[in-house]
Ligand binder design. Structure first.
Ligand SMILES: Cc1cc2nc3c(=O)[nH]c(=O)nc-3n(C[C@H](O)[C@H](O)[C@H](O)COP(=O)(O)OP(=O)(O)OC[C@H]3O[C@@H](n4cnc5c(N)ncnc54)[C@H](O)[C@@H]3O)c2cc1C
Length: 475
C-alpha cells in the first residue's frame, strides 16, 4: 500500500499528481517538498522555482498535441496521452478565477502565404497568461492544503537513498530524512543538476536524445499579426532530412510579450512569456527558433559547451541590426550582452547557425514589413538530457519501481505534457492501491501473509502490478 507518497518538486507535474490523488480520495499521506516558495510569497524574479514550478511564471500556453513536447504518446499511446493532457487543461480551468478568459487558438489549415517557405503545425493551444497563473496557483494550492497535502517550502532535497526509500532535505531549520512508499521525482529544469547526479550515482540506464538549440527571436507584433490571427502559438517548421537538421518556431508570446532569462548549469539562456493584463501590453512578439540536430556525438555535452561559449559578462548575448534589448515585464533590462556582429555565435554553433539565418531570411520574405526590425537573444536551449529508462505504463525507474520520474526531469518539455506525466503516475498509484485493497478485502483471500504470492495473479483488469511490489507486500 502507498501509505506515504513523497513528491519532490511542487511544479506542474508534482501538483497535478497530488491533485489526481486527492480528487480520488487517496487515503495515504502526501508530502510535497520544494526549494521555492508558496504561491502567496513567490516573487516574479523566481521564474523556475516555487508553486507550479517553471509553469507558474510561464506564459501558460497549454498545448494539446503529442507532436511536440516530449514522449508521452510513446509511453501510453496517442489516445491516452490526449486524455491525460486534457485532465491538466481541466485543472487549470477549474482553478482559474475567470475561466471564460482563457483563449483557445485552433488553426485548422496552413495559410497559403507561408506555404512556399514554411510548414505550420496545426493543433489547439489554450492561453492562460502569466498573471492569471498566479491566481490559479493560489486557489489550487489552497485546495490541496485543505485536502491535507503537506508542503515543505524553501526546502531542498539534497540526496535520495533509493535502497532505503528515503530522501534527505535541508531548509533553514534543519536537515531531515523522510521515508516514502512511492517517490515522484519532478524537479524540472531547475533540478537538472540534481537529476544528473542521481542518474550517475545510481548508474541509471538512459536513452540518449538529440540536441535542441537556437535563439529567442523578438520583433514588434504587427509584422506577424496575419499569422497570429490564425494561430496564437504558431509553429513554423522546416526540415533538412539529408543534413539531419530540423527547425521550428517554439513558444510564441504575443501582445504583452516579454523575454525571460533562464539559468541552467550556471549559464544564461532565454525563453519568453506573455501577460494578459492590458497594463503590460507592449505589442511585441517573441518566440524560439529551435534547431534539432541529429547525429551529434554526445548531444547533451555538445549543447552545454555551445551554451557556455555564447556567454559574455556572465550572461547571454543580444544581436539586432537595428534594435536595443527589451525590458522585462517589471521594467528591468533583460539580462544580455549586446554584440555588434554574429561572429562569436557562428563560431559557437559550428556551422549550424546558417540554418537559423536562413529561417530569419525567409521570415522576412513571408512577413515583408519585418525587414531588419528584429533582435535575437542567444541562446535558447532545450537540454534533452539523456532520459532515464522507465517502465512506460507508470514512469517508474526500471531499477527502482517505487520511484517515478515525471515532467521535465524525464522527457517532457511543456506544461500539459508534464502535468500529464504526474496524472499518469497518480492514476497508477491509485489503481495499484485499489487492487491491493480489493485483494485484502476479499474473504476468499483470507490467507496468511506468506501465502499472499497469489496477489499478483489476482490483480487483473489492465493493471500491471510490479512483481517487486508484490514481493515487498509479502515481507
Ligand atoms: C519563462 C518560461 C516560460 C514557459 N512557457 C511555457 C508555456 O507557455 N507553455 C508550456 O507548455 N511550457 C512552458 N514552459 C515550460 C514549462 O514551464 C515546463 O515544461 C514545466 O513547468 C515543467 O514541469 P515540471 O513539473 O517538470 O517542472 P517545474 O514546473 O519546473 O517544477 C520543478 C519544481 O521542482 C523544484 N525543485 C527542483 N529541484 C529541487 C530540489 N532539489 N529540491 C526541492 N525542490 C526542487 C523547483 O523549485 C520547481 O518548483 C515555460 C518555461 C519557462 C521557464
Amino acid at each position: 500500500m502507498s501509505k506515504h507518497v513523497v513528491i519532490i518538486g511542487a511544479g506542474v507535474a508534482g501538483v497535478n499528481a497530488a491533485t489526481k490523488l486527492v480528487d480520488n480520495n487517496f487515503d495515504g499521506k502526501i508530502t510535497i517538498i520544494d526549494m521555492g516558495k508558496d504561491p502567496y510569497r513567490r516573487p516574479y524574479e523566481e521564474v523556475m522555482t516555487g508553486y507550479l514550478g517553471a509553469g507558474g511564471w510561464s506564459d501558460g500556453k497549454l498545448t494539446y498535441s503529442t507532436q511536440i513536447g516530449g514522449q508521452l504518446s510513446k509511453y501510453v499511446g496517442e489516445d491516452k496521452a490526449m486524455e491525460l493532457m486534457k485532465q491538466v487543461v481541466d485543472n487549470f480551468t477549474r482553478f482559474h478565477p475567470y475561466p471564460e478568459q482563457i483563449i483557445l487558438s485552433h488553426p485548422t489549415e496552413e495559410p497559403e502565404f507561408i506555404k512556399p517557405y514554411f510548414g505550420l503545425r496545426l493543433f489547439p493551444v489554450w492561453h492562460i497568461g502569466t498573471d492569471y497563473l498566479h491566481e490559479i496557483g493560489k486557489s489550487w494550492y489552497d485546495y490541496l492544503v485543505n485536502k491535507g497535502v503537506v508542503f515543505h517550502w524553501e526546502t531542498k532535497v539534497t540526496a535520495i537513498d533509493f535502497d532505503d526509500s528515503s530522501v534527505f532535505y535541508v531548509n533553514a531549520q534543519n536537515t531531515r530524512l523522510l521515508k516514502y512508499d512511492k517517490l515522484i521525482f519532478g524537479v524540472g529544469k531547475s533540478g537538472i543538476d540534481f537529476t544528473s547526479n542521481i542518474m550517475e550515482q545510481y548508474e541509471l540506464p538512459t536513452e540518449e536524445k538529440p540536441a535542441q538549440i537556437g535563439v529567442r527571436f523578438e520583433a514588434p507584433q504587427k509584422h506577424f499579426q496575419k499569422l497570429i490571427d490564425i494561430a496564437y502559438d504558431f509553429k513554423l517548421y522546416r526540415k533538412f532530412d539529408d543534413e539531419g537538421v530540423s527547425l521550428r518556431s517554439f513558444c510564441t508570446n504575443n501582445n504583452a510579450a516579454y523575454v525571460a532569462v533562464e539559468e541552467t548549469y550556471g549559464d544564461h539562456s532565454y525563453n519568453g512569456h506573455a501577460k494578459k493584463d492590458e497594463a503590460f501590453r507592449n505589442d511585441m512578439t517573441n518566440f524560439g527558433i529551435l534547431m534539432e540536430v541529429k547525429g551529434i556525438k554526445e548531444p547533451f555535452k555538445w549543447a552545454r559547451e555551445l551554451v557556455n561559449k555564447v556567454q559574455e559578462n556572465s550572461t547571454g548575448l543580444f544581436y539586432s541590426p537595428t534594435r536595443e534589448p527589451s525590458t522585462t515585464s517589471e521594467g528591468i533590462d533583460v539580462s544580455a550582452t549586446k554584440i555588434e556582429n554574429l561572429d562569436v555565435v557562428k563560431d559557437a554553433f559550428q556551422g549550424y547557425y546558417k540554418y537559423i539565418e536562413d529561417f530569419i531570411d525567409d521570415m522576412k520574405k513571408v512577413f515583408p514589413t519585418l525587414k531588419d526590425d528584429w533582435g535575437i537573444y542567444v541562446p535558447e536551449v532545450k537540454y534533452l538530457a539523456p532520459e532515464p529508462l522507465v517502465k512506460y505504463e507508470d514512469l517508474s525507474l526500471t531499477k527502482y519501481p517505487d520511484v517515478h520520474f515525471v515532467g521535465d526531469a524525464l522527457s517532457a518539455r511543456g506544461i500539459s505534457v508534464s502535468g500529464a506525466h504526474g496524472t499518469l503516475v497518480a492514476e497508477q498509484i491509485l489503481s495499484m492501491d485499489k487492487a491491493v485493497n480489493d485483494f485484502l478485502n476479499d474473504p476468499a483471500n483470507n490467507k496468511e501473509p506468506h501465502e499472499m504470492g497469489d496477489m499478483h495473479e489476482y490483480i487483473q483488469g489492465g493493471l500491471t502490478m510490479p512483481k517487486e511490489n508484490t514481493n515487498k507486500l509479502n515481507k
